[in-house]
Write a protein that binds this ligand. Structure first.
Ligand SMILES: *Cc1c(COP(=O)(O)O)cnc(C)c1O
Length: 365
């Protein structure tokens, strides 16, 4: 038996008829940029996340960059980010000429440790970007409290947490701005690049709408220097269809995660804990193992495809070598990066496939 890490073909096959019909409709409309599909999807997404506004953009990284830009974050400013996340979280800060300030993560939940944030706050700090990593929630109550006390903005990186709940609030809808990616393998994935920002604040929403479209307030009248980062009509049509199935797919992810957890209980692996008072959406299912290289070599030989999210914490990325961080600066992030393995995991994964992965782990360990 072979178990792929993710079966995108199987996932999208479920919606093939609807997706094809949507494509044909957009094709015959010949309206490809900022039209009805985008309007409709933005309205639906705002309703889903329970925010007043949703402003779609080209991808999740642009969502973060434009969100920070809409808050006037610029050179000389500092923004707090977890040391352990996908690089885009920190790159968004760096692209604007501001400085990402890393904070270590909680060894149990793998999301930013709120107890370590305050000592990193300086006069230059303007915002915090909590990341809901693997679909597990950052401790938003603590983070919002710190932000309020120090008058900082909170930009949620919810690129892995579509539909996740924190005390009945949707991930992304809690901070000043929430950012999502619809990269094809995310919990809600387009058939290409796509992203969106959400906010309750009308001023921020207007600014984001202008920034994604050359800073235009109306056609050929630009208020400020903006970029071209728009969700296109074809992708918006696809996303509108797939959004209807997001909750049921997240439910499947939760069932599979519970099953993995139960079956791995007696094995020498560590599974990250869910954040208290939250309902995660399990973008990934990760475990920590000893001697990871041997583990991966052996399990792949049995036909189980695994990946590492992520092998290098941000402070040790070559891209940030100028900051001159040494090994040991963020011990928890480093420990996770050295031991984590992402197991095969996708909503249409069969119990048979999952059992085969578990049996293979038993054999290998
Ligand atoms: C995927 C992802 C992004 C970037 O999204 P893109 O659409 O690929 O640009 C940012 N942050 C996190 C945590 C992600 O997982």
């Amino acid at each position: 038996m072979k178990v792929p890490f993710y079966d995108l073909e199987k996932e999208n096959k479920l919606f093939e008829k609807e997706l094809t019909a949507s494509f044909k409709k957009t094709l015959s409309s010949s309206w490809f940029i900022l039209g009805n599909n985008v309007d409709l999807f933005e309205k639906e997404w705002a309703r889903y996340v329970k925010t007043k506004h949703a402003i779609s953009v080209g991808n999740g990284t642009d969502a973060l960059i434009l969100a920070l830009k809409a808050l006037d974050i610029k050179q000389g400013d500092e923004v707090i980010v977890p040391a352990y996340t996908f690089v885009a979280t920190a790159f968004a800060v760096s692209v604007l000429g501001a400085t990402p300030v890393f904070v270590d993560v909680d060894p149990k939940t793998h999301v930013i440790n709120p107890l370590l944030i305050e000592k990193k706050i300086t006069k230059k700090t303007r915002a915090i970007i909590p990341v809901h990593l693997y679909g597990n929630l950052a401790d938003m109550d603590e983070i919002m409290k710190i932000a309020k006390k120090h008058k900082l903005f909170v930009v949620e990186d919810a690129a892995q947490a579509h539909g996740a709940l924190y005390k009945n609030k949707k991930a992304g809808g809690i901070g000043d701005i929430g950012c999502f990616s619809f990269y094809p393998s995310k919990n809600l994935g387009a058939l290409g690049d796509a992203g969106i920002t959400v906010t309750q604040n009308k001023k921020i929403a207007d600014r984001l709408k202008s920034l994604r479209n050359y800073g235009q307030i109306k056609k050929y009248h630009s208020n400020e220097i903006g970029v071209n980062s728009r969700l296109d009509e074809i992708q918006a049509g696809f996303l509108y269809i797939k959004l209807k199935h997001l909750d049921s797919q997240n439910k499947k992810r939760r069932e599979l995660a519970a099953l993995y957890r139960r079956k791995l209980l007696d094995l020498p692996v560590i599974i990250p804990e869910d954040t208290k008072n939250s309902q995660p959406v399990h973008h990934l299912f990760t475990i920590q193992v000893k001697k990871r290289d041997t583990f991966i070599k052996k399990i792949e030989r049995l036909g189980v495809q695994v990946l590492i999210h992520y092998p290098v914490p941000l402070h040790l990325q070559k891209a940030y070598r100028k900051m001159q961080f040494k090994k040991g600066s963020f011990p928890e992030s480093e420990r996770i990066a050295d031991s984590t393995v992402s197991l095969p995991f996708f909503p249409s994964m069969s119990w048979e496939q999952l059992n085969y992965v578990v049996r293979s782990i038993q054999k290998v360990l």
